[in-house]
Design a protein around this ligand. Structure first.
Ligand code: ADP
Length: 497
């Protein structure tokens, strides 16, 4: 007995479908063969019976007794019984003594013959129970002399042939069903065995064994399932690794400023109160605290983006102005590293987009900050802002260390860093990407290891004449946003500068 499950389902379905199909085919086949045999018998008798018309001439001139013996002598047909009946259905003469003479017959073939057509009847002989076929025809010799010529033949031989054929068909059917059963069990097993293997491996993975993999060369959907499961395990291992790296790098990032703050606060606490030393100490404490706040804010932003809780205060924002402000913000850092920044844009145009100025500034600060961080000393960073096909395109191109192809696909993953010694959290580009997407924009990163990196942000352009007082364009309205009023915009513009 096949136990419950996919195997039983598949075997049962195949079995039922093939069984029903066989039943139908065999039924139709046997009926067709039976009709063919019966039809052949009928045709043979029919040919003989219609030839009785040829004797009309000869018979009409002789008396009844002569007629009957003449007919019996001339119309005999092989293994059939020939009967001559009068118009009442009474048997006047018979080629065998089987049917008693003068018996009155009332089968349907006789009444059909009386009506002038060739009558046919298949049924059982009342005395013997034998199945027979009777074919009758009226022979009108004129005057009183009208007879029914009736042929009677046994169907037993044909029926026994049909029975043999039926048994043969059933045997073939059973053989086909056995073959179907074997094939369907094999087929079901070819699905169930890999499934059981995959289930066992996924159960191990669920218990934390992420080093196990589905082995075996499975095909089609099962192959896809196995490779998806293996990929999932690989990704979990990778993201665990990234998380571990993040924890270690963030701990390092937090410890450095904290150590510095602690050191200086202890120094200041120990007395002495040298005004110059106090000033330097306080400034370092303030700078390190700011760095800590920056780190924590980055993590908070990321968590808000993850939970879809980032609220955007949108209005008309000039990307040229934002990029210029960003350059001013990072000027000191760039100077320190002797990195030069150059902006290529049309100074007469604002290149407006509908967005949140502060968040877009965050986007460009992160991109330019990375460009400086990963540039060589005394190199150039080229910035550009332009409009193309209804999109504002802002690009930041550095000639720094670049990113290898292998790492390029991962740099936008959260917590990913090529080198953890460089500081940072690995969240910058993940946040940048999410923010750009919230503005219905796209970000592309092209890079070549050793040659430099180009980060391009593309945002839907706002027609120059459009003001923020109007309705938000439809393509931007699905982000969760706080629509800025003109008054709010003025305020936030002030805040930005
Ligand atoms: P973070 O800067 O905090 O490390 P990011 O998400 O901003 O995090 O960047 C992820 C990683 O991508 C960086 O650690 C760095 O390895 C790589 N990267 C980003 N921008 C550049 C660039 N301009 N040049 C070279 N590498 C870059």
């Amino acid at each position: 007995m096949i136990k419950k499950g996919i195997t039983r389902q598949i075997v049962l379905h195949y079995f039922i479908v093939v069984f029903l199909a066989l039943l139908l085919v065999e039924f139709v086949f046997l009926i067709a063969v039976q009709r063919y045999y019966y039809e052949s018998i009928y045709n043979t008798i029919n040919q003989q019976i219609t030839s009785t018309n040829d004797f009309k001439e000869t018979l009409s001139r002789t008396d009844e007794a002569n007629n009957l013996s003449y007919l019996l002598a001339n119309l005999q047909l092989g293994s059939t019984e020939l009967q001559i009946l009068d118009m009442d259905g009474r048997v006047l003469a018979s080629s065998t003594a089987f049917e008693s003479e003068h018996a009155v017959l009332q089968t349907s073939d006789i009444s059909q013959a009386m009506n002038g057509s060739i009558g046919r009847w298949v049924g059982r002989q009342p005395l013997t129970g034998e199945q027979v076929m009777a074919v009758s025809h009226k022979l009108d010799l004129g005057g009183e002399n009208t007879y029914i010529v009736r042929y009677l033949t046994s169907l037993d031989m044909v029926n026994s042939k049909l029975l043999v054929m039926g048994l043969l068909a059933v045997a073939v059917g059973v053989a086909v069903l056995v073959i179907v059963l074997i094939i369907s069990i094999g087929m079901a097993n070819s699905i169930v065995r890999p499934l059981n293997n995959i289930t066992a491996v996924s159960a191990q993975m669920a218990r934390g064994r992420l080093d196990v993999r589905v082995k075996g060369n499975y095909k089609h959907e099962l192959g896809e399932l196995a490779s998806t499961l293996n990929f999932m395990a690989h990704e979990i291992v990778r993201s665990n690794q990234i998380k571990d790296d993040f924890i270690s790098s963030i701990s390092h990032e937090l410890r450095t400023p904290l150590t510095s703050i602690k050191g200086w606060s202890e120094t200041l606490d120990s007395g002495g109160y040298d005004p110059d030393e106090t000033r330097i100490g306080m400034s370092i404490i303030s700078k390190e605290t700011e760095r800590l706040i920056g780190l924590v804010e980055e993590m908070l932003d990321f968590s808000k983006l993850q939970q879809n809780q980032m609220k955007l205060v949108k209005g008309s924002v000039s990307i040229r102005e934002i990029v210029q402000e960003t350059m001013l913000n990072v000027w000191a850092k760039a100077e320190q590293k002797q990195v030069h920044l150059k902006l290529d844009t049309d100074e007469t145009r604002a290149f407006n987009v509908f967005g949140d100025g502060n968040r877009l500034k965050q986007v460009f600060l992160n991109i330019v900050d990375n460009a400086i961080k990963f540039s060589h000393e005394n190199s150039w960073i080229f910035l550009s802002v332009k409009e193309e096909k209804g999109q504002i395109i802002a690009a930041v191109q550095d000639t720094g260390i670049g990113i290898s192809e292998e790492h390029l696909i991962k740099v936008r993953d959260r917590f990913f860093q090529v080198n953890h010694q460089n500081g940072g959290t690995g969240l910058g580009l993940a946040i940048t990407q999410e923010l750009v997407e919230l503005h219905e924009g796209t970000i592309t990163i092209q890079s070549e290891l050793g040659s430099g990196t180009t980060v391009t942000v593309s945002l839907p352009a706002l027609p120059e004449e459009e003001t923020v007082a109007g309705e938000a364009p439809e393509h931007i309205s699905n982000a969760e946003e706080v629509q800025e009023t003109q008054a709010q915009k003025t305020q936030s513009d002030k805040g930005r500068t």
